[in-house]
Design a protein around this ligand. Structure first.
Ligand SMILES: [Zn+2]
Length: 90
């Protein structure tokens, strides 16, 4: 028997599957701590001092086995990726 939480999670994944870029999918697959940290990192504008560059972020993620490119992160950061392309009504 599946719990309602599991079903909700699956439905959520189904709903978001085609609307998320690869970077967002990777984020969703991470544990909460990593997801929060990355969300904080990319929320700092790249022109700010103290911001983390996409290159550095990619290197760390690749070291951990994630297959992701700099442009994928860059597009997500600039909100021009699939996540933002289709008007999300949420
Ligand atoms: Zn995205």
């Amino acid at each position: 028997m599946t719990t309602s939480t599991t079903l909700a999670t699956r439905l959520k994944e189904l709903r978001e599957a085609s609307r998320l870029c690869k970077f967002a999918e990777i984020l969703n697959s991470m544990d909460e701590e990593c997801r929060d940290l990355i969300t904080q990192i990319i929320s700092i504008p790249q022109e700010d001092s103290g911001s983390v560059s996409n290159v550095d972020l990619v290197l760390v993620l690749r070291e951990d086995g994630y297959d992701i490119g700099r442009s994928t992160i860059s597009e997500h950061r600039r909100e021009i990726c699939a996540c933002y392309r289709t008007g999300r009504k949420e």
